[in-house]
Design a protein around this ligand. Structure first.
Ligand code: ADP
Ligand code: MG
Length: 250
């Protein structure tokens, strides 16, 4: 469905992505792991054109583009297929939960207002916020705010949802409610690419793990392969740091 080949991105002299290739099939839940600064956020941002890659190719269904030479029309087509869930939610503070979800439908996708409101309510119901349509972000917990972020991403009916550390800004007791919404989406067959340090989610929900370090994909495989017999020394060291001792089988 989505294929990236040789994606490169620098900020000045800082070569952040040094040729990343990635394949996403329909229904995949791909977890991207890697130390801070390895380029995970930049990779997701390049896929959604929040940053522009310097080089690389993208194939998305029948769209086939060169990332350093891409038309606005193709960017728009690709953006219609992808949505982003941000680490810090990125909600409009002066809009209600429902307005946050309907905004993109009404102004981005030109969906009639009444229809957008219906979709928005359905999506908020789905993430367990039926009682909170008219609350403002400041009246809601971080977990609730992030669930609005997820409802907003789903409302656009994307082919792929990109999650950038969706739970890392949350207090520990609020992480579970967001992960369980994500688990539900995965079970329904939503295609997801998730940067996270939540190893239980990675082990239980992902069908593919990608380990990034220093701007390249160092290793990829099933959760079983990566967690029980990582090939690369750097993957082993990363997992050793991040997994509770009891879970570490090597
Ligand atoms: N907008 C930017 N301008 C300059 N440097 C950036 C920008 N975004 C990210 N970087 C740099 O790119 C590198 C990778 O960052 P990032 O993609 O955020 O990594 P990760 O998400 O894996 O922690 C870091 O060295 C960071 O400082
Ligand atoms: Mg990041």
């Amino acid at each position: 469905m989505l294929k990236i080949d040789g994606l490169k991105k620098s900020f000045g002299d800082n070569r952040v992505l040094k040729g990343v290739s990635l394949e996403v099939d329909k229904g995949d839940v791909i977890v991207i792991l890697g130390p801070s600064g390895s380029g995970k956020t930049t990779l997701l941002r390049c896929l959604d054109f929040l940053e522009y890659a310097d080089e690389g190719k993208m194939e998305f269904d029948d769209i086939n583009v060169n990332l350093n030479h891409i038309s606005r029309k193709d960017i728009k087509k690709i953006r219609n297929k992808l949505t982003f869930v941000f680490q810090n939610y990125n909600l409009f503070a002066n809009k209600t939960a429902l307005e946050n979800v309907t905004e993109g439908l009404i102004y981005g996708r030109k969906v009639p207002k009444q229809e957008a409101i219906e979709i928005g309510k359905q999506m908020l119901d789905k993430v367990g916020l039926s009682e909170r349509y008219n609350y403002y972000p400041s009246q809601l917990s971080g977990g609730q705010q992030q669930r609005i972020g997820i409802a907003r991403a789903m409302a656009l009916k994307p082919d792929v949802i990109l999650f950038d550390e969706p739970t890392s800004a949350l207090d520990p007791e609020l992480i579970g409610e967001v992960l369980s919404v994500m688990k539900k989406l995965a079970k329904e067959g939503t295609t997801m690419v998730v940067v996270t340090h939540e190893m239980n989610f990675a082990q239980d929900v992902a069908n593919k793990i990608i380990f990034m370090d220093g701007g390249v994909v160092l290793e990829e495989g099933t959760p079983k392969e990566i967690f029980t017999c990582p090939k690369e020394e750097r993957t082993k060291q990363f997992l050793k740091r991040i997994l509770p001792e009891d879970d570490y089988v090597i």
